[in-house]
Design a protein around this ligand. Structure first.
Ligand code: IPD
Ligand code: CA
Ligand code: CA
Length: 258
């Protein structure tokens, strides 16, 4: 029933995304920062998702980007991004998705990411592998960072550190390593899981951006940590997700220790 509800909720959100996509009258507003957008589709997708979950599991804890926490004492917690890649979505760029992770007693046990525009449905259950549209997926085999195809993302508010996102990006680009920037962390993670990218790193994510995707990468055979190499928690900002083979080297590059 948990899996079925996760699938139904993801599909309910994706249906809303399709409904509003490219609508000329889409209502768009700003959160903090200049381009941290939220649209009426984000709110409607979130409502469809939460309604679907609540119908089956009214007592479960919910953490959702636009609503925040709906607290409870339940062992189960649904972590929801109703549209990951909202800026893309608002510009009619079909690199965006619904992303939902499900925690049990603090462990991520299931994750689902659905991009309805390119018809890609990623799913993972802890210990049972990861799939794309029902077919098993696996991370890439590349073992050399210099030969890797990477992806990253940038927060909407500039991180003014001596070794921030632009410094790390610049090191890779100066060395000729291709680093893409799709604008959806959940898609970035799924494309690492599918073996399209060899690695992904980002400096400042929220739990809902990565909750589903990190489990999908791990279940596809990849490795996910923070920038120190510690086991990953979606409740801290940094993420490095790779095929495992380039992981230590990628961390050295990101930390300027290569
Ligand atoms: C954003 C995307 C983007 C990442 C940003 C996130 P949103 O999520 O995942 O790739 O770089 O940090 O905020 O706002 O589109 O749900
Ligand atoms: Ca997001
Ligand atoms: Ca979002």
């Amino acid at each position: 029933m948990l899996k079925e509800t996760l699938i139904n909720a993801t599909e309910a959100g994706a249906k809303v995304m399709q409904h509003y996509f490219n609508s000329k009258s889409l209502l768009i507003s700003n959160k903090e920062g200049i381009n941290n957008l939220v649209t009426e589709a984000d709110h409607a997708s979130e409502k469809a998702i939460i309604d679907t979950i609540k119908e089956e599991f009214p007592d479960h804890f919910i953490l959702s980007e636009e609503t925040g926490e709906i607290k409870s004492n339940s062992e189960y917690k649904w972590i929801i991004d109703p549209i990951d890649g909202t800026v893309n979505y608002a510009h009619g760029i079909p690199i965006c998705c619904v992303s939902i992770g499900l925690e049990h007693n603090g462990t991520m046990i299931m994750g689902a990411v659905l991009n309805p525009f390119i018809k890609e449905y990623y799913f993972a259950e802890k210990g049972k592998g990861a799939t794309l549209n029902g077919e098993p997926i696996h991370v890439s085999m590349e073992s050399d960072v210099m030969k890797s195809c990477l992806v990253t993302g940038f927060p909407y508010t500039y991180i003014n550190n001596s070794n921030g996102p632009l410094e790390a990006f610049s090191r890779f680009i100066r060395a000729g390593v291709p680093v893409r920037r799709l604008g959806s962390a959940a898609m970035d993670l799924c494309w690492v899981a599918a073996g399209r990218f060899d690695g992904f790193y980002e400096h400042k994510l929220q739990a809902w951006d990565s909750a589903a995707g990190f489990l999908i990468v791990e279940e596809a055979g990849g490795k996910v940590t923070d920038f120190e190499g510690n086991p990953y928690s979606p409740y801290q900002p940094q993420i490095a997700a790779t095929n495992g083979k380039i992981h230590d080297d990628l961390l050295k590059w990101v930390n300027d220790k290569a």
